[in-house]
Design a protein around this ligand. Structure first.
Ligand code: PLP
Length: 380
């Protein structure tokens, strides 16, 4: 066991060495622009299209339905803003989402509201689940899109994506899911799950940062947000980053190959955490322990505050998070915990531990000990 324990894999993951190896040629000798007609360009093009096909096969779609982007944030922005803007001329100006989405969705929804679109928010229950019927209740004749995440980044709750997608089909409404936390951990089959648009980001499954994708079912591609060259069938212009695309495909291939074994290992480590942390006085687990990501756990500790806990744990050699990384430095309690009905004091004292590929059971046990110590210190 190393002295330093990284337990913030929901924020980002370490680049897998195999992925770095796959990327290296495209960062060094093979620097051709994939639009070039000469050999170096053709090689880059081949590598990009091979990567697209690899991912397409793994999520059960056509390669032409995958568009590479700069990550989850861009994919979410594009899915929401592009779909609503495309549908607006037909009078479809309404979006349904929910209050526990990542800010990449929530802040896009807010921006769309300012532009005159209307947005309805389905409520999550106390475990963070969005019921399909609550989505149905919000449907209107002018609804263009439903966006409900696959799994939550703070509490790990997995949503009934298939059932929500089924309702969208019934109403002829497009369905987007932010699968940034689920990809590489849960199986994704866009057809079986009735998904029309899906966001993924490589740095959450041991791939490089700055690369993601938006899956768009044929005929459902959103309006462009950017204009430029002919890349990505003119929908997402800009010179392709071959190394990042190759890295993403390799990372996703490995993640899918290892998924079942890893999920079991993660669940075993998570059980150690749940069992150990539940014994701390004034602790409460947040989210759904049955239907949730195998490596993510969120606890509140009465009489503490999450920021101080994170800092104390840092001094004890642990990297964990008090909420989503994008809101760190923000002292407001997490919008997710507030939306599932946690009182302010408990939401304030929350800690997210997210385990990954490189954690061990020994580390999980050591985490329990260090967290107990940190809680005691912060409570003094
Ligand atoms: N959506 C979810 C659920 C996330 O957890 C994140 C990152 O934390 C994002 C979107 C943003 O992804 P990216 O960092 O690739 O922009």
């Amino acid at each position: 066991m190393t002295d330093y324990i990284y337990a913030d894999n929901a924020a980002t993951t370490r680049l897998a060495p195999e992925v770095l190896e796959a990327m290296k040629p495209w960062l060094t000798d093979c620097y051709g622009n994939a639009s070039g007609l000469y050999r170096a360009g053709r090689e880059a093009r081949r590598a990009i299209e091979k990567s697209r096909s690899t991912i397409a096969e793994l999520i059960d779609c056509e390669p032409g339905e995958i568009y590479f982007t700069s990550g989850g944030t861009e994919s979410d922005n594009w899915a929401l803003a592009g779909t609503l803007k495309r549908a607006a001329p037909e009078g479809k100006t309404h979006l349904i989402t929910d209050g526990i989405e990542h800010h990449a969705v929530l802040h896009t929804a807010e921006a769309l509201e300012k532009e005159g679109f209307s947005v309805s928010y389905a409520s999550a229950d106390r475990k963070g689940r969005i019921s399909p019927e609550s989505v149905r209740a919000l449907m209107r004749p002018e609804t263009a899109l439903v966006s409900v995440m696959f799994a939550n980044n703070e509490i790990g709750t997995i949503q009934p994506v298939k059932e929500i997608g089924e309702i969208c089909r019934e109403y002829g409404v497009a369905f987007h899911t932010d699968a940034v936390q689920a990809a590489g951990i849960l199986p994704i089959d866009v057809d079986a799950l009735n998904i029309d648009l899906l966001s993924m980001s490589a740095h959450k499954f041991y791939g490089p940062k700055g690369i993601g994708l938006l899956y768009c079912r044929r005929g459902k591609a959103p309006l462009n947000l950017m204009h430029g060259g002919k890349q990505e069938k003119t929908r997402r212009p800009g010179t392709e980053n071959t190394a990042l695309i190759v890295g993403m495909a390799e990372a996703y291939r490995i993640a899918c190959e290892e998924r079942e074994t890893k999920a079991q290992q993660l669940q075993e480590m998570k059980d150690i955490l749940i069992c150990g942390l539940s014994h701390i006085r004034g602790s409460k687990i947040n989210g759904d322990i049955v239907s949730s990501l195998p490596g993510t756990v969120n606890f509140s500790f009465e009489g503490t505050d999450g920021q101080s806990l994170v800092m104390e744990l840092d001094s004890l050699g642990v990297a964990a998070s008090s909420g989503s990384a994008c809101t760190s430095g923000n002292t407001e309690p997490s919008h997710v915990l507030r939306a599932i009905g946690l009182p302010h004091a408990l939401a304030q004292g929350a800690l997210r531990i997210s385990l990954g590929r490189y954690n061990t059971e020994e580390e999980a046990r050591e985490l329990v000990a260090r967290i107990k110590k940190a809680v005691d210190t912060v409570r003094l």
